[in-house]
Design a protein around this ligand. Structure first.
Ligand code: ADP
Ligand code: MG
Length: 480
């Protein structure tokens, strides 16, 4: 809603200019905070007036205003200042709304129309139709499901077979097989796909079962809104009456204490009633930072299934299945090339295939290896630069003339322990893996072992010149 008028914006810059500046500020914010946060918090912002060098931005609710002020005020100000030097202050304010009956927000209802306080029963009736962000009792709290994310469309391979089997078990069992099912793995490896597949399968088999799928961020958003409107009882009831609750990307609520607390209670209530819970995260429960200990242990109670990085075979399988379902023709050589080159994750792999196919359709020519290399130049370069721990282990083992298997072995003889430490050190330096992740790749060692290795090698680099040369050489080899 645009409530800016020509009259209020005559200085400095006309309305069209300010609109353009606002569009750029929004685009930058969107990039900075990510799509989800942008949609939840920043998209509802609208331009208000600009007067006396103060720019007003308008939001629908007090809660959103406080949230934006608490989280994005500085960025908003900085971005606006860089767009329009005349703006000295940015103010976020609540829409001067047409008075709404907000039974669950007494402080506002009281200000607006003290006589309109409805009774508690009336409040319950009113709640579902509240507008302006107060609709926390919307019937369907579940996020929409992607119709393509089914079990049928999921290609199973070594890296994801456990997660897949566990997801199927959850979908097929009348009883709760394990609680929670905790799926974890890096981005774009199929966590969301599997969760949607579970929801599809259960809804199809038994539409009477209430299945709710939502992101942890959405959970938090709804919870905070409930707090804001003092509607937490309804909020709790809503979540606690489900048969299957799936929360995606739970790492998001790490460090958000109140939300975590509420989630913990919801979680316990559901487990006590023997309802199924499915969780996904980017890390295992023990590696999730900012999580309370009781939460962490509770999350690990059921089945924890790790989705590993893709293998060449899985990538090829996925490409073949996508080509088949899209009914387009791509030569096997090209698929092999893509499977070989795009190793980061399935999302990128899909994206690459889509680009190749779109290009071929547009120019009306057949896909060849040459066109692929041309079309995917940027992607291929990015994937080339990524160094894996396996590669590091291999190069280091070759360099020190030991077997690669020694990287995982428990042997502690200096002749193998030192190269292993070098490999751990390089893994820390050259990849974005965390210490626990690195430890796991070295025969399930503890993260403190990795930390020790990193320190040790750092120390040796400054005292032992041949060691420092070895490391430089390895680094150059790996990065070339
Ligand atoms: P995550 O939630 O782990 O980040 P997604 O579930 O969103 O990843 O998966 C990213 C994309 O890759 C989706 O389009 C999904 O359909 C696809 N994908 C991932 N794994 C597979 C698989 N094993 N088979 C088919 N498609 C997959
Ligand atoms: Mg996901």
């Amino acid at each position: 809603m645009q409530i800016m008028s020509e009259r209020t914006i005559n200085h400095p810059g006309n309305k069209a200019q300010i609109d353009a500046q606002w569009a750029r500020v929004r685009a930058r914010l969107r990039q900075e905070v990510g799509e989800l946060a942008y949609r939840s918090w920043l998209k509802p912002l609208t331009l208000g007036e600009l007067r006396d060098n103060r720019l007003r931005l308008v939001v629908p609710t007090r809660f959103m205003r406080d949230w934006i002020n608490g989280h994005y005020a500085e960025r908003l100000h900085a971005l606006w200042a860089s767009e329009n030097a005349a703006i000295a202050a940015v103010e976020v304010c609540i829409q001067p709304a047409i008075p709404l009956r907000k039974p669950d927000a007494p402080e506002e209802a009281a200000q607006d129309q003290p006589a309109a306080q409805p009774s508690a029963t009336e409040a319950r009736k009113l709640a579902p139709v509240l507008r302006n962000g107060a609709d926390i009792l919307d019937d369907d709290i579940s996020a929409p499901l992607d119709p393509r994310f089914t079990f049928k469309n999921f290609v199973v391979g070594k890296p994801n077979e456990l997660a897949y089997a566990a997801a199927q078990r959850v979908a097929d069992s009348a009883a709760v097989p394990f609680n929670p099912l905790y799926l974890y793995g890096g981005v774009g490896l199929g966590k969301t796909h599997l969760m949607h597949a579970i929801a599809h399968a259960i809804r199809e088999r038994d539409p009477s079962r209430k299945v709710i799928y939502l992101s942890a961020e959405k959970f938090m958003y709804k919870f905070i809104r409930a707090l804001r409107y003092q509607n937490t009882v309804a909020f709790k009831e809503q979540f606690r009456s489900v048969d299957v609750l799936m929360i995606d990307d739970v790492q998001f609520i790490a460090g958000k204490d109140a939300t975590q607390e509420e989630f913990f209670h919801t979680f316990n209530a559901l487990v006590d009633q023997n309802r199924q819970i499915v969780i996904s995260a980017d890390k295992s429960p023990s590696d999730l930072d900012g999580l309370e200990e009781r939460m962490r242990s509770r999350l690990g109670w059921g089945l924890v299934a790790d989705i590993h990085a893709t293998t060449y075979e899985l990538r090829l399988g996925i490409l073949e299945s996508k080509v088949e379902s899209a009914k387009c023709s791509v030569p096997p050589k090209v698929l092999e090339f893509l499977a070989h080159k795009i190793t980061s994750n399935v999302r990128e792999l899909e994206g690459a295939l889509n680009r190749v196919v779109a290009h071929a359709t547009l120019v009306g020519r057949e896909v060849t290896l040459e066109t692929v290399q041309e079309v995917l130049q940027d992607l291929l370069r990015a994937n080339d630069r990524r160094i894996t721990i396996e590669e590091i282990q291999l190069r280091v083992a070759q360099h020190f003339n030991i077997k690669v298997s020694e990287m995982h072995s428990p042997r502690r003889a200096r002749a193998v322990a030192r190269p292993r430490q070098v490999a751990m050190y390089l893994a820390k330096q050259l990849t974005s893996r965390s210490l626990p992740e690195i430890g796991r790749k070295f025969g399930n060692r503890d993260h403190t072992t990795v930390m020790h290795a990193v320190r040790k090698i750092e120390e040796l680099r400054s005292t032992d010149s041949s060691m420092s040369e070895d490391i430089e050489l390895l680094r150059r080899m790996l990065q070339s």
